[in-house]
Design a protein around this ligand. Structure first.
Ligand code: KG4
Ligand code: ZN
Length: 335
């Protein structure tokens, strides 16, 4: 089954064609980063306009790269939330139009569901059950994945997401947008022990909190005299985030007796996070799975994979599909 997948939830216009949930026949991404950079973050109206400008050419490119025509497609997958409302609307409108005129199924897909399925595009997909640490610009969640469509939310951030903390701290340090890759770059020449930043909620359940860390960096920056030791600040901040994320992932895996940890979402592109969690997994004899960097950050191939399994569960959408800017993936288990 060949699905054409569309992802326009934030600042990347992405289109992919994915066969049977795991084979990527083509994947194209147009990043809007350079358009938003001068504003220091994503400007929603600009994002929507740029998606409109890019989407049709990208669909044609994806078909061309896969050497397919519209009539070879078996379904259209699209991110319908969470994300920026106007940006999501572009993808959903195009997807509805394509599904209607081609008379093929439309599969509305949750963006986080996509991140959880990125590892299924790798040669060896994870086996159920496993623990997923999903870290992106908008979310930080520990999820117990029992099977396709069987997710239990174990913990999540109570304030800023990990990626959001990277972006905000990068701004405090005068680095560019998006902050994650900039902090990573600056941190390579820094001393991660130079500053002792707080590890919010490290020993308190499975939820996360990063706003205290961000405040601590801001107060340190305000106290210091110019020139700022940017590399040391970046490295110390990065270590604090990585430390908490890894500690909680190991704790959750241990509590639930899960021996596989999957790391996914845009922040999983961070080398320090990947290598630290991998080393800790090795030490505890856990299997560690993390999609390649190009599948960690936003892309449409992961949406095509998630949608395939949704379709297998006979859950597809119709023209009443609406954008859902703040749809939760799963609600925390109660009791
Ligand atoms: O998953 P994603 O591409 O989009 C969302 O769904 O939010 O994640 C974007 C987030 C941004 O906050 C960005 O700064 C962060 O991922 N990010 C990184 C790195 N690359 C991207 N954070 C830390 N280190 C990186 N190398
Ligand atoms: Zn994402």
């Amino acid at each position: 089954m060949k699905l054409l997948a569309i992802e326009t939830s934030c600042d990347e216009t992405a289109v992919a064609i994915v066969e049977s949930g795991h084979t990527v026949l083509s994947s194209v991404i147009r990043s809007q980063i350079k358009n938003h950079r001068r504003y220091g973050g994503v400007v929603p109206e600009l994002a929507s306009r740029l998606h409109v400008e890019a989407i049709h050419a990208l669909i044609e490119r994806a078909l061309e790269d896969a050497q397919l025509g519209f009539n070879d497609l078996d379904g259209i997958a699209v991110t319908h939330g969470p994300g920026l409302e106007g940006a999501l609307l572009v993808g959903v409108s195009v997807a509805k139009t394509l599904a209607t005129f081609l008379n093929i199924p439309l599969i509305g897909t949750h963006h986080l569901h996509g991140h959880l399925y990125a590892p299924f595009l790798e040669k060896t997909p994870p086996e159920f059950p496993y623990l997923a640490l999903l870290v992106s610009g908008g979310h930080t969640q520990l999820i117990h994945v029992n099977g396709h469509h069987q997710f239990d939310l174990l913990g999540q951030t109570r304030d800023d997401a990990a990626g959001e903390a990277f972006d905000k701290v990068a701004r405090l340090l005068g680095l560019g947008y998006p902050g994650g890759p900039e902090i990573q770059k600056a941190a390579t020449s820094g001393d991660e022990k130079a500053f002792q930043f707080p590890r919010g909620m490290k020993h308190d359940g499975l939820d996360f909190s990063f706003s205290g860390l961000k405040t601590a960096v801001r107060q340190t920056v305000e106290r210091l005299e110019a020139p700022l030791p940017v590399a040391d600040l970046a490295a110390s901040f990065q270590l604090a985030v990585v430390d908490v994320l890894c500690h909680k992932a190991m704790k959750a895996a241990n509590q639930l007796q899960l021996s596989t940890i999957v790391l996914t979402g845009g922040v999983s592109a961070n080398t320090a996070l990947r290598t630290t969690l991998q080393a800790q997994c090795l030490q505890h004899n856990y299997q560690f799975i993390c999609p390649d960097v190009h599948l960690s950050t936003d892309n449409a191939a992961m949406i095509g994979s998630a949608a395939y399994y949704t379709y297998q569960h006979k859950q597809h959408s119709d023209l009443s599909l609406r954008v859902a800017p703040s749809a939760p993936l799963v609600l925390p288990a109660t009791g």
